[in-house]
Ligand binder design. Structure first.
Ligand SMILES: [Zn+2]
Length: 186
């Protein structure tokens, strides 16, 4: 990891909040995604015993443009391929940014009961404004708890900065548009 990002992790205050460990790992993944030229979002799944099950990060531009490669999708793919035997009712999904529309749907279909996000996504987040879902989806969503992680403000701010201040959103939007036109760089 580049020294600037590494310093952001190292400057963190001592852990005093219950979710600080997971917040730190989410931010670490988000910074790795940023370094790879992808959206700065990291996610992980924690099991009922409080153990890390898997972690991932946004990989949308990691190879060729992959519209589904959001951080949450990456960890849910790992869950379903490598940890299929795990009881989903015990799982908590931590993510550095409030989930989007696509990931919110996938989280419901995967049977994850708890989302703990670090930063709100006021422009693109869906998890806190799911509003009028179709009945079957509303039924799935009725069992879902979505709240901000209990983490030090340092981590909440870092998660937000990673996708805003540190990230060139315009360049990413251009890359998406190019990919849509079949002009993606590999
Ligand atoms: Zn998403």
């Amino acid at each position: 990891m580049n020294p600037e990002y590494l310093a952001l992790l190292q400057q963190a205050p001592a852990s005093t909040h219950v979710d600080d460990t997971w917040a730190r790992l989410c931010c670490e993944q988000a910074l790795l995604a940023l370094e790879e030229g992808c959206y700065a979002v990291g996610a992980l799944l924690v099991d009922g015993a409080g153990e890390l099950l898997c972690s991932g990060r946004n990989q949308v531009f990691a190879v060729a443009y992959s519209s589904a490669a959001h951080a949450e999708m990456q960890v849910l793919d790992q869950l379903e391929t490598k940890h299929a035997h795990v009881d989903r009712r015990d799982l908590t999904l931590y993510v550095s940014l409030e989930p989007c529309l696509m990931c919110y749907g996938r989280i419901l279909l995967a049977g994850i009961p708890r989302i703990r996000y670090l930063a709100r996504d006021r422009d693109g987040g869906f998890a806190l404004r799911h509003g009028r879902l179709p009945p079957a989806w509303a039924n799935l969503a009725s069992g879902l708890s979505v709240v901000q992680a209990k983490a030090d403000p340092y981590w909440l701010n870092l998660a937000e900065q990673a996708v805003s201040r540190l990230q060139d959103r315009q360049a990413l939007r251009q890359r998406v548009t190019q990919a849509w036109r079949g002009q993606q760089q590999t």
